[in-house]
Ligand binder design. Structure first.
Ligand SMILES: NC(=O)C1=CN([C@@H]2O[C@H](COP(=O)(O)OP(=O)(O)OC[C@H]3O[C@@H](n4cnc5c(N)ncnc54)[C@H](OP(=O)(O)O)[C@@H]3O)[C@@H](O)[C@H]2O)[C@@H](O)CC1
Ligand SMILES: [K+]
Length: 523
């Protein structure tokens, strides 16, 4: 499923009329109709009076841009259906958008009850409130007046207990970054147009949008996107498309030979988790390379399916592998950067870099903060060290070190930075955050939509590395392995989460991976 940014939405509303001959007025008509359909999906709008009084109505709180105009269209459709509606207007109507003026004229002509916000005081009869104060047209911080209006709405809904809906995105939510302006409210539902807005999938926006309902625009807008970078959700539909049945005569030789490299005196659990996850995700043969000194302890603890070898003989260790995943528990001692470089120099096959292998790389590029702030995409990121084609799986702290940028900045420009990193370095980036994203060298970004809070425990990332390596060893491309890996890993945790809110372990996630694969194959 596609995801749209503010810039994409603006592009669509400019290009669809030009390229497909469907006017913005028609798109708006469909958007308004979509709001009505979504409301009917949740309520019997003819029985609104059940709640508190016989005079209940749906309230549309409309700003003077096209977001407000969508609300006016929805109000008109509800009037036709005999559903009681009222409209309140926020802002200066003398400065409204052209389509707002047109829709307002229509609502006035049909006798809709319309008040300016200051004149409205009938909150006790509001059954449902729909906010169209602003959508993708937000600029900067919310003005004081808007914050006051939102505060009133919040007070009134606490008092009168009505549901609050947002049109397209909550007023104050940046539809691209998911950042929220001071004063932004939390909603019960958001009806968003064409495709889900990116800001509704990223925190803190994800926490305020409520249940997202996507309403169609009535024209195949995907056709006008051309070569724009696209953003897509990671969900079961996508994973089902990516997973392949195994041929009946598949044997261990066909399912690949994976090598995991990691471990140090203090950290033996991480490489074990990664190697075991590669086994559980279906790799034919898995070998774990660890320093000689910890080999006996690792052998004593790991499942028997994993062979353990010593990293001291690393040239021989690399031979015949379909994938090498390096990093879990490798440690940060001064010899590690040279060790990592020597593996990168000697091995030319598919590679996954995680954890301490990423740390050992140090800064690999730099970010121009001014360009980032101003959205000058091309000059945001400069490469300082070339990387081999590989999958990199940093969490935010590791990514912060790689690009030499504080985490706060990364959180604010999450998808943009992931995309630019993957494009400029030509690698597959799995940025592990909430949500995790997979960015591809061609600029496509996948955003994970599943997973749960129980996953926040040490070792989960090591399992993900093993899963991705396991898929690569079975012949999946690096990018498909990354996307499938993220899905299967989170879905396995979601299955466990059905019975345990938290407290399930990364090893539990690992051993449940096969159930997810069965689910995807419909077995
Ligand atoms: N994409 C599509 O294909 C389609 C898009 N559609 C719809 O169009 C919407 C975008 O409409 P848009 O561009 O007219 O802007 P919009 O969200 O109404 O915001 C402008 C209003 O906000 C105000 N305002 C701004 N910043 C503010 C602040 N900081 N603090 C306070 N106020 C602030 C600004 O005030 P002004 O600056 O003018 O005084 C103005 O009143 C989109 O979200 C979707 O719903 C659909 O019709 C279907 C097709
Ligand atoms: K809105």
């Amino acid at each position: 499923m596609n995801i749209l940014t503010t810039e994409d939405a603006r592009f669509i509303d400019r290009e669809v009329p030009k390229q497909l001959g469907v006017s913005l007025e028609i798109l708006m008509e469909n958007a308004g109709r979509g709001i009505v359909d979504a409301l009917w999906g949740q309520y019997d709008l003819f029985s609104l009076d059940n709640a508190r009084s016989i005079n209940s109505f749906v309230l549309f709180i409309c700003g003077t841009g096209n977001n407000g105009a969508d609300g006016l269209v929805a109000a008109r459709h509800l009037m036709e259906q005999g559903v009681p509606v009222q409209i309140v207007l926020v802002g200066d109507t003398s400065k409204c958008s052209d389509l707002f003026a047109l829709q307002l004229e229509r609502c006035e002509a049909m006798g809709c009850i319309i008040d300016m916000y200051d004149e409205f005081n009938d909150w006790s009869n509001v059954a449902v409130a729909v906010e169209g104060i602003m959508g993708t047209g937000l600029t900067g911080k919310l003005r004081d007046l808007t914050v006051d209006v939102l505060h009133d709405i919040d007070t009134m809904r606490s008092q009168y207990n009505f549901d609050l809906w947002a049109i397209d995105v909550p007023a104050g939510l940046d539809a691209t970054t998911g950042q929220i302006a001071e004063g932004t409210l939390a909603y019960d539902y958001t009806v968003t147009f064409g495709a889900i807005k990116q800001g509704l999938l990223l925190y803190p926006g994800k926490a305020v949008g409520g249940i997202a309902v996507v309403a169609p625009l009535g024209a195949p807008w995907q056709k006008v996107l051309g070569d724009r970078d696209i953003t897509v959700t990671i969900d079961s539909n996508l994973a089902e498309k990516l997973i392949n049945y195994r041929i009946p005569m598949a044997h261990k030789g066909v399912n690949g030979n994976a090598l995991i490299i990691g471990g140090s005196n203090d950290m033996i659990g991480a490489p074990i988790l990664a190697a075991e996850a590669a086994v559980h995700s279906g790799a034919g043969k898995v070998t774990l390379g660890v320093p000689e000194v910890i080999k006996p302890v690792v052998q004593g603890r790991i499942i028997p399916e994993v062979m353990v070898t010593s990293t001291e003989a690393h040239k021989a260790m690399l031979e015949g592998r379909q994938v090498v995943a390096m990093g879990p528990g490798l440690g940060r001692t001064s010899d590690i950067p040279d060790f990592v470089d020597s593996i990168l120099d000697s091995y030319e096959g598919p590679l996954v870099l995680d954890a301490d292998a990423l740390y050992a790389l140090g800064h690999v590029g730099s970010v121009d903060k001014d360009a980032l702030r101003d959205g000058e995409i091309e000059s945001i990121y400069a490469v300082e060290r070339d990387l081999p084609y590989c999958v990199m799986t940093p969490h935010l702290g590791e990514f912060s070190r790689l690009i030499d940028l504080p985490i706060k900045w990364i959180e604010r420009h999450y998808i943009t930075l992931a995309r630019e990193f993957a494009k400029k370095h030509q690698v597959v980036l799995v940025l592990k955050g909430i949500p995790s994203v997979v960015a591809l060298p061609d600029g496509t970004v996948y955003v994970n939509t599943i997973g749960n809070a129980g996953m926040g425990s040490g070792g989960m990332g090591d399992v993900l590395t093993g899963v991705i390596a396991g898929f690569i060893s079975q012949g999946y491309s690096l990018q498909d392995s990354a996307v499938l890996g993220v899905y299967v890993h989170s879905r396995s945790a979601d299955i466990l989460n059905d019975t345990k809110a938290w407290g399930y372990t990364p090893s539990d996630v690992s051993t449940s991976l096969g159930c997810v694969i069965s689910e995807l194959l419909g077995e």
